[in-house]
Write a protein that binds this ligand. Structure first.
Ligand code: SF4
Ligand code: FES
Length: 361
């Protein structure tokens, strides 16, 4: 075990890939895990125990839609009894007053609610189903119980109306609003042309976000995640590979980042065949891009390498076929032209392809 590796702070537990929504920006893999391959309740309880044992303090119960798992209450109880801060990442569909009361009694500490658009017409079109009204109800259920609420919106060409989204989050009583421009992983990658915001949309958004952040200081925190293709430097993805958080997929695959299954060259381990401690500290996958040893030029000697860690490994693999390359978003990358080409406006914006249901194996 490498003593220089810090324990994980957080675990993203993707309980299921089943989801009532069909968002075209979904970053889950194109091939979803079917219900039959999901970990059982006992296996998830064991994963939570193992996670706490190696230091996990924050558990994010996510999916798909975690409310689709009937054992969600038992998992909340276990994570909370272990002393973890328990966050539910949900679409809100399926959340009732009874379920909310029960989850709060069991120790749920925070809810992160996804919102697809500023109004029902736009939001339901993006969700591919009638979802918006359920979200308003879900937000009220959370706030009625005095739980902190984060509203999360994935931004793209069809909903880039940040003023209206901020107003909606205020009406919902959100304590925190995440406005995150789409990251093109998994299903989202096939919709990149349709989803990519225009430079005009991005230029309009930033002063609106800045003014609202100022006005709402102390009431609602706004986190704006930029559209990184347009930036000169990449995002500090995961704050460094294998440094703070691990993801457990519905079938028990343990991933250094939620999108890591896109890296076809990575040998991914499963918690059913190896203890979480060994996977975190000793596995090839978690050690592949930890620290700086793996870096080549220009990252290896770059003055920003401790700032952005060379960018995103998944993006390097998806755009260049080499997960150890400098993220091509970086203006210092010899491959930046690959990203510049993607920024050229399409002659016609294609329709996005809605996310299909999980294949049941
Ligand atoms: Fe970051 Fe590498 Fe670009 Fe330097 S060369 S700014 S470390 S991605
Ligand atoms: Fe996987 Fe960035 S999304 S490293």
């Amino acid at each position: 075990m490498d003593v220089n590796v810090a324990p994980p702070l957080g675990m993203l537990a993707e309980l299921t890939h089943r989801c009532p929504l069909h968002c075209p920006y979904c970053s889950n893999p194109v091939e979803l895990v079917g219900r039959r391959d999901e970990l059982t309740t006992d296996q998830w309880l064991d994963v939570l125990d193992q996670g706490r044992d190696i230091g996990v303090l924050q558990v994010h119960l996510s999916g798909g839609e975690p409310l689709a798992r009937r054992d969600l209450p038992a998992l909340v109880t276990r994570a909370s009894d272990l002393g973890c801060y328990v966050n539910l990442v949900t679409s809100g569909l399926g959340l009732t007053a009874e379920r909310m009361d029960d989850l709060v009694d069991r120790g749920l500490a925070h809810v992160q609610l996804s919102v697809q658009g500023p109004d029902a017409v736009r939001a339901d079109r993006i969700a591919g189903t009638r979802a918006h009204s359920h979200k308003l109800t879900a937000a009220a259920l959370v706030k009625d119980r005095d739980l902190p609420l984060t509203v999360n919106v994935v931004l793209h060409k069809a909903n880039h109306d940040v003023g209206a989204l901020i107003a909606l989050a205020e009406r919902m009583g959100a304590d925190r609003l995440e406005l995150a421009n789409t990251q093109y992983y998994g299903w989202a990658l096939r919709n990149r042309e349709a989803l990519m915001p225009t430079p005009e949309q991005l230029a309009e958004a930033e002063p609106v976000v800045r003014a609202a952040s100022e006005r709402l200081r102390g009431t609602m925190e706004i986190v704006y995640v930029v559209a990184d293709y347009y930036e000169p430097y990449p995002k500090p993805c995961m704050y460094g590979w294998g440094s703070r958080q691990l993801t457990v997929a519905p079938n028990g695959d343990v991933l250094p980042c939620p999108a890591a299954s896109v890296i076809e060259t990575l040998r991914i381990e499963n918690v059913l065949s190896r203890p979480l401690r060994e996977i975190w500290y000793d596995s090839e996958s978690f050690n592949a891009y930890r620290g700086e040893e793996w870096m080549s030029e220009p990252c290896r000697t770059c003055d920003r390498r401790a700032v952005d860690f060379g960018g995103c490994r998944c993006q390097a693999f998806q755009l260049l076929g080499d997960a150890s390359a400098t993220d091509p978003v970086c203006s210092r990358s010899p491959d930046r032209q690959v990203v510049d080409l993607l920024l050229e406006p399409p002659s016609q914006t294609p329709e996005f392809v809605m996310r299909g249901p999980a294949v049941v194996r």
